[in-house]
Design a binder for this molecule. Sequence first.
Ligand code: IPD
Length: 289
Amino acid sequence: MTSSHDPSPPTHPPVADLVAVAEQVARAAGRLVHEGRPQTVGVAATKSSAVDVVTAMDLASEDLVRRTLARLRPDDAVLGEEGGHRAGTSGVTWVVDPIDGTVNYLYGLPAYAVSVAAVVGEPTPATWTVVAACVHAPATRETWTAGRGLGAYLGGRRLSVAPAPSLDRCLLGTGFGYVAERRRAQARVLASLLPRVRDVRRMGAAAIDLCQVATGRLDLYYERGLQPWDLAAGALVVAEAGGVVTGLRGASAGEGMTVAGAAERVAELVAILEEERADAPEGPAPGIG
Ligand code: IPD
């Protein structure tokens, strides 16, 4: 998603300023979500299937993010998971997941985050460049930030993706979609990978998974079906930590596939996923429930 070979990169405000805004916004929304979590979280709506849920707090968090950005950066565009696209005039777009890991939030599991990224060069994730990012996980009090060319950080600690061990020693993260046919296909691919790696983790928040790769808590991560708001901020954190984030068959990371980790091991995992046709079209997709 970050195109370092763009011959004429779009102009934008200093990256450090955008990182500061991303962090301010993500922390404010994180505070709201964490401190305002009711004992029992209700489902406000469903999306792709009955288990793809939206809570009232997803909506409140995105509303806070939009209001804060309108005050701090009134000319910028916003693309949010719950509220869609609002156009701007500055050339900067904020890509926002108000709660990544909504199912964890629903169940009171701590792996959820607010994910905020600033991108330039819209209109699509294939053409834009992510320049600033913050993934803030309020329940674990962890905040990852990255600025294009400025490195990636967990709190004050600069991150650097370590050389990955051989595949059979790799801890592999992944995630699943919300629709039964997608999951059937994902289970087939997982069954082929599981005997070839150290172990597998499904923690339930893609933005955090990507940051865990940058932090050395996962060696590799792959997932099909990620949306721009799941991916934008975490992908910059991995890239600025020296890792690679890519898709299959030469495509950028995106809905088709996202693979992240140290370059050599990503290449190996990409080859397996391509061989397994992990990006093949699925049959008719009845929802779960
Ligand atoms: C989901 C989480 C999950 C991933 C799904 C995403 P949401 O985002 O990141 O880990 O497996 O693909 O949709 O719905 O909690 O914002």
